[in-house]
Design a protein around this ligand. Sequence first.
Ligand code: ADP
Ligand code: MG
Length: 397
Amino acid sequence: MRTIDSLGDLAGKTVFVRSDFNVPLDADRSITDDGRIRAALPTLKRLLAAGAKVAVAAHLGRPKGKVNPDFSLAPVAARLSELLGEDVALASDTVGEDAKAKIAALKNGQAVLLENVRFDAREDSKVDADRESLAQEYAALADAFVSDGFGVVHRKQASVYDIAKLLPSAAGELVFKEIDSLSRATQNPERPYTVVLGGSKVSDKLGVIDNLIEVADRLLIGGGMAYTFLKAQGYEIGTSLLEADQVDAAAGYLAKAAAKGVSLMLPTDVVIAPKFAADAPATVVAADAIPSDQMGLDIGPETSAAYADAISDSKTIVWNGPVGVFEFEAFANGTKAIAQAMQDGEGFSIVGGGDSAAAVRNLGFDESKFSHISTGGGASLEFLEGKVLPGIAVLED
Ligand code: ADP
Ligand code: MG
């Protein structure tokens, strides 16, 4: 993958940077989590220090190809200016007159933020020629392209993929770090290699399970998806989340794991409740003793301890998907135990998945104690599935 070094001396050059600033906003349009803006700073600081003129492009939400002030990047421009300690102006358009004027006015070492790339329907059009025509307009604004929005590299979009074919292009610091870290799980991982999979649905994670069952030593299953596996084992699961059409797939994974010598661990105890609610009374029962009128909302303490042990002596750990409904305090203990074991252990610890990363932050864990917390939910999953990410492939030599 080409890095910023490959672009040579950037002093006085205009660099078009694609970042991922798709941050959550509250009703007042205040940013509630600026993690993605912070993650973009190393690349921007480096380019500014090199004397480049930087035009940053990003999307926010789904304006569906129309200009819509509700999706303006204005809050991002303000926060980015604060974090960089330098004023970053916001162009009122993406490739129009204002963008051109503001880029032309940049001095070396200054940056401008272009308005939401998804205000133009060509950005994520399925028609190649549409995207290419927009990419031509982006390319006309700059001398080089830096791809740093890891959260979008699995998308074949004009500001991610097509532009890279038109300009000297390279991966930014964030994209490089993401691929470097995630590759430690896909290329010759240090063993034992343990994967913790949770989240709500088996069907969301079929691709990852298919791929990881081939390389991991241990697969620890939790979350909503665990109940489809327990069902496949013949247990009654009450009103727990069940994907009836995935029971056969789960049975297939159990058989495949046994045949390959992969230790596939399922909950031996679970925390149940009569309904899906924060204040529902929580009870611990054995995994084969779930009453017909109750649902499993977390892994139990015995399971948490067993999973923590498996994590502790692993050299590589990938965690995707909370093992319980961590949003409700009474059902967050399993997820806490996983995060704790990962941060206490010596292994290379990777957290992938938007909700898992949010769980780490919201449950009060120190992000710096994990080896890598991915900024890209879908992109990190697709990478772990072994898929080719178009926005990465286009940066290969
Ligand atoms: P990620 O974004 O990390 O990939 P997912 O989107 O797959 O994770 O799943 C996260 C969701 O799974 C959380 O909102 C959590 O509440 C839910 N979840 C976890 N365990 C259960 C369960 N036992 N029953 C229902 N939902 C669950
Ligand atoms: Mg999610």
